[in-house]
Design a protein around this ligand. Structure first.
Ligand code: NAG
Ligand code: NAG
Ligand code: NAG
Ligand code: NAG
Ligand code: NAG
Length: 379
């Protein structure tokens, strides 16, 4: 009898311990979830959370001002606060709270997005798989219509000038904003003159399945300055050039947003030059010195036509309406503009030469909208 009574008692002791062991991770999860959500969620949640849990273990840096980051992209954080938060955001793939990775589309634009209707069709029906951020000239006062996926997606912006380091700052600002959403795992930089060459499913699948970032990386000595050796020990052998238009994973995005070692040297150098064109050197060189090698495909997925007779000075060709044909899109996809056979790439996107293309003028909107359903598979 005694033995029989002891058994359940012992069992209930063990049961209590087990329950305690089970509860502990849940409590920890609650705390960390609260911390994470307070970083990214809206005002009411942050307030709610911090009211009810006043004695949270202090986290450095202190919580951001309560900003509605999940509703609108606009907030009141200064660049300093923004980069501080971005540099504490988890860097890894598959953060436990977000099982479905998102692609962040970072639009670096002057003002209007003339090709917005094309992008609207591209994004249609894919809610939850992407996020959009727009960095426009601060003097731009326009706005996308309320029912647009671009509505409320402008981030606090600063003026940029062509060839200036302010362009790099804008790229880093876009990345930092997008990093605050832990669901974002791939980051594509685009301009107002970019178009998608495939439908969303294909772009999404290619980017999320790839194990590399796509930052063009060419070992060219142009614009290397001894200042980089003096300040950062960057050798000429490590110096890289590449297209500004990148597609990168979360780890590299976090590296770029958190960089406090190299960027100041780029800024310092550019302060003395009108066109330092560091937008074509900063990210490729950073990836090089940070030994990103095997995790970078060293190529861009954004097509541009640089053929000598077709470009205009330091800019690639701007395609007009008459050039937008099925043959053109198919040729670019098949690798026009690259000397490589795109099937040979060993970067997780073999067979894909380009996902995006630039530059397309305003007048290409209607032809592109007509072409999209048949050639690109959307709209
Ligand atoms: C930013 O601050 C201003 C003034 O304090 C306020 O009116 C505005 O609503 C704030 N914006 C956001 C997005 O929090
Ligand atoms: C997207 O395009 C691919 C071919 O690139 C096609 O197989 C697929 O059906 C398209 N998806 C949709 C939703 O139309
Ligand atoms: C600078 O770089 C060279 C070559 O990569 C390396 O041998 C040297 O140790 C580095 N020096 C410092 C101070 O990091
Ligand atoms: C990219 O280039 C680096 C050298 O800069 C190389 O080590 C790496 O293997 C290249 N990546 C791929 C995917 O080929
Ligand atoms: C590219 O490579 C694939 C397979 O490796 C081959 O089938 C195709 O013919 C090649 N294309 C060109 C243009 O060389």
């Amino acid at each position: 009898m005694k033995k029989d009574r002891n058994k359940p008692v012992a069992a209930s002791h063990i049961g209590k311990r087990l329950r305690l062991l089970c509860v502990l991770p849940v409590v920890l999860l609650f705390f960390s979830l609260g911390y994470v959500l307070s970083m990214i969620s809206n005002t009411s949640f942050s307030n709610f959370y911090f009211t009810f849990v006043p004695s949270l273990p202090s986290v450095e840096p202190s919580p951001p001002p309560p900003t509605p980051l999940s509703g609108a992209a606009m907030h009141n954080m200064t660049d300093e606060e923004l980069f501080r938060w971005a540099s504490t955001a988890p860097k890894l793939h598959g953060t436990p709270y977000y099982r479905v990775p998102k692609v962040a589309f970072l639009f670096l634009v002057r003002g209007d997005l003339p090709l917005r209707p094309l992008w609207e069709k591209f994004f249609e029906g894919h809610d939850g798989l992407y996020s959009i951020y727009v960095h426009a000239n601060p003097s731009y006062t326009g706005s996308a219509p309320r029912d647009s996926v671009f509505y409320g997606r402008m981030i606090p912006s600063q003026r940029t000038t062509w060839g200036g380091v302010s362009l790099v700052e804008a790229e880093r600002r876009l990345l930092a904003n997008a990093l605050l959403d832990l669901g974002n795992e791939r980051f594509a930089l685009l301009s107002e003159s970019c178009i998608p060459l495939y439908n969303f499913s294909t772009v999404y699948a290619t980017l999320t399945a790839s194990r590399t970032s796509f930052v063009e990386s060419l070992a060219l000595p142009a614009r290397y300055d001894p200042l980089f050796a003096a300040r950062n020990n960057v050798t000429l052998a490590q110096w890289r050039k590449g297209s500004q238009w990148f597609e990168m994973d979360r780890a590299l995005a976090a590296e770029v947003a958190a960089d406090v070692a190299y960027f100041p040297t780029f800024r310092e150098l550019c302060a003395t030059q009108r066109f330092c064109v560091m937008d074509e050197h900063y990210v490729p060189t950073l990836a090089s010195v940070r030994r990103w090698g095997g995790r970078n495909a060293n190529r861009t997925l954004t097509f541009a036509d640089w053929k000598p007779k077709r470009r205009t000075g330091s800019h690639p060709r701007t395609h007009g309406a008459e050039e937008v044909t099925e043959e053109f899109v198919r040729a670019v996809r098949a690798g026009a503009g690259t000397t490589n056979n795109c099937s040979d790439y060993d970067d997780g996107a073999a067979g894909v030469c380009f996902l995006f293309a630039r530059k397309f003028g305003r007048d290409t909107l209607q032809p592109l909208l007509r072409l999209a359903p048949k050639v690109m598979g959307f709209g």
